[in-house]
Ligand binder design. Sequence first.
Ligand code: 13P
Length: 336
Amino acid sequence: MNHLMETARLMLADHKGLLAMDESNGTCNKRFASAGIEQTEQARRRYRELIITTPGLRECISGVILYDETIRQARADGTPLVKIIADSGIITGIKVDVGAKDLAGHAGEKITEGLDGLRERLRDYFQIGARFAKWRAVIGIGNGLPSPACIDANAHALARYAALCQECGLVPVVEPEVLMDGGHTLAQCREATERILRSVFDQLAAQGVALEGMILKPNMALPSLTYPEQPTPAEVAEATVGVLRRVVPPELPGIAFLSGGQSGVLASERLNAMNSKFKAPSAAAPWTLTFSFARAIQQPALEIWAGKDANRTAAQQALIHRAKCNRAARKGQYSS
Ligand code: 13P
């Protein structure tokens, strides 16, 4: 247990955060296609190599989350990407779910799969060098949704995953994501977020997961992306920390938010508002509040790179800029 707590502590230390770069091949290819980049294994490797060799990355990023393909890839000279990551003082994480599938009997809802054979896969990833893992559940808001069945099934799977991670020596990052699709209000998101988090913490307790050795990766409480009235960062901070305070025990060391389709600037502003208002960790917010963003850190860099070596440096500058912005937001010192 001590080594799990130590890994979690390092993941949250020095006002750093996590960089999610664990898009499945399908998702990565979709993003490449919109940026005019060829969708090949080699292009994905070149892009991931660009990210992990960004100068100064370790000043802002404590851990990176990889996909199965990436954790097994090597640079052209044969150096494994995991070695480059470890040599730069960054902790390797790995996405271990195998994706969200239709939930039987519940039209429009998903259940995340990947528990079969997970113990063996976790042992293998530990051998390769991973020290933490990620599992993402997706919860949609809509006509009568999310259903109790969807919430319970996903919370149960998250808790079984988390228990297996701890048994295998990996810190579980537990990600129940309430999606920003649709036309819902902030209040509806807050309510759905509270329901899923309550169920997740009930299930974590039932499965014997030690909260001291895990990290929660939730969504912020937000209206849908297309909702006409968008809240101020202060309102998002109030609503998000309000839900967390009602549900999340203080033993949990840290909360690392996903960005979920927000722009890089908005995600930083909202994280900044939480940290400046609540001075986390504090009595008002007893956990570290940090980031585990994918799109909100990567998107500008991906568009600048566009698959061309000539754009590499400019892309790395865009990436480190957003990483620095989020480190500032952790201190409540960000301004756009
Ligand atoms: P976004 O920050 O793009 O939502 O991605 C975070 C993540 O890891 C999703 O599982």
